[in-house]
Ligand binder design. Structure first.
Ligand SMILES: NC(=O)c1ccc[n+]([C@@H]2O[C@H](COP(=O)([O-])OP(=O)(O)OC[C@H]3O[C@@H](n4cnc5c(N)ncnc54)[C@H](O)[C@@H]3O)[C@@H](O)[C@H]2O)c1
Length: 269
C-alpha cells in the first residue's frame, strides 16, 4: 500500500541528489510537505521547486545549520514529523594515505551531521507529539571496509548512536532507525564505481533504497539497523547480544545497558 504522509512535514538532509532526492520525491508524492536541506543549495532549490517543497543551504556538520533547517520546517509548515538524516560523503583514503582534512570532513558530515540533526530535530518532533527518524548509515556500518575504514567507522557510529537513543525517544513517541544500504547507483560511489563495475557488482537503484525507507516508516520498529542489499527484502540486522558482567549483585539493579523497545538490539547477557 502506498505510504500516506498527508498533513505531515518531512525534512531530508542531503536531499539534493541520490537517495535523499529520491526520498524527498517519495515523501512529497505521499502527501508530505518537504524541506530539502543540502550543502548544494542550487540543486536543493531545483528539487524543492519540482516537488512543491522548500529548500535551504545546510551544512549538516554545522550545528546552527541543522537548527536553521528545523526552524524553516516549523516556520513554513508548522512543525516536523519525519526526519531523514541522509547527508553523507565517502572518505576515499586508507590510514596509509591518511588525509587529516578529509578525515575531519568525513566525520563532520557522516557522524556530526547525524548527531547535530538529532539535537536540532528531536525537540521539534517532541513539540509535534512524536515522529519518525531515519538516519542513513550503510552496510559499511555493519561490516569491515578495508578500502575506506574511516567511512566504515563513522557509519558504525551512526548505527550504535541510533540503537542508543532509541529507548528514550520511544518514550516520547519517536521512532529512530538506521538505514544500511549496500552499494547504490549514486554520485557518492566516485572512484569506487569503476572497481565495482569491473566485477559486475549489482548496484541497487535509488528506488530500491527509497522503498526500504517506506518499509521502515511503515513498521513500528525502532532502534533497528535495516539491511538493504540487492536481491533481499529490507530487514533489521540481527545483532548478537553482548554478555553482561557475571556479578550476581548487579542482577536486580537498574542498568542503562538494556534492550531497546521493539528491537533485537540487546546488550544484556
Ligand atoms: N550510494 C551508496 O552506495 C550508499 C551506500 C550506503 C549508504 N549510503 C549513504 O547514503 C547517503 C546518501 O548518499 P547518496 O548515495 O545519495 O550520495 P549522493 O552523493 O548522491 O548524495 C549525498 C548528498 O549529501 C549532500 N551533502 C554532502 N555533504 C553535505 C553536508 N555537509 N551538508 C549537507 N549535505 C551534504 C550532497 O550535496 C548530496 O546531495 C549518504 O549518507 C551515504 O553515505 C550510500
Amino acid at each position: 500500500m502506498p505510504m500516506d504522509l498527508t498533513g505531515q512535514v518531512a525534512l531530508v538532509t542531503g536531499g539534493a541528489s541520490g537517495i535523499g532526492a529520491g526520498t524527498a520525491r517519495m515523501f512529497a508524492a505521499a502527501g508530505a510537505q518537504v524541506v530539502v536541506a543540502d550543502v548544494d543549495e542550487t540543486s536543493a532549490h531545483v528539487l524543492a521547486e519540482e516537488i512543491g517543497g522548500t529548500a535551504l543551504r545546510c551544512d549538516v556538520g554545522v550545528l546552527a545549520d541543522n537548527h536553521a533547517a528545523v526552524s524553516l520546517a516549523e516556520k513554513t509548515y508548522g512543525g516536523l514529523d519525519v526526519l531523514m538524516l541522509n547527508a553523507g560523503v565517502n572518505s576515499g583514503f586508507t590510514l596509509d594515505d591518511f588525509d587529516e582534512a578529509g578525515y575531519r570532513r568525513a566525520m563532520g558530515v557522516n557522524l556530526d551531521g547525524v548527531v547535530f540533526g538529532l539535537v536540532a530535530g528531536v525537540p521539534a518532533l517532541r513539540r509535534c507529539g512524536g515522529g519518525r527518524i531515519v538516519a542513513v548509515a550503510s552496510l559499511a556500518g555493519l561490516a569491515p571496509v578495508p578500502e575506506d575504514p574511516v567511512y566504515a567507522a563513522n557509519k558504525a557510529a551512526v548505527v550504535n548512536l541510533v540503537r542508543s537513543v532509541a529507548p528514550d525517544l520511544h518514550a516520547d513517541g519517536i521512532s529512530v532507525n538506521a538505514l544500511c544500504p549496500g552499494y547504490t547507483d549514486t554520485a557518492i560511489l566516485g572512484r569506487f564505481r569503476a572497481g565495482l563495475e569491473a566485477v559486475n557488482w549489482p548496484l541497487m537503484a535509488v528506488e530500491d533504497v527509497v522503498a526500504a525507507v517506506s518499509s521502515i516508516l511503515a513498521s513500528d520498529a525502532t532502534g533497528e539497523a535495516w539491511l538493504v542489499q540487492s536481491g533481499h527484502e529490507p530487514q533489521p540486522y540481527r545483532f548478537r547480544g553482548v554478555p553482561g558482567p557475571k556479578v550476581p549483585s548487579l542482577a536486580s539493579s537498574p542498568s542503562r545497558i538494556s534492550e531497546s523497545p521493539k528491537s533485537n538490539s540487546s546488550a544484556k547477557s
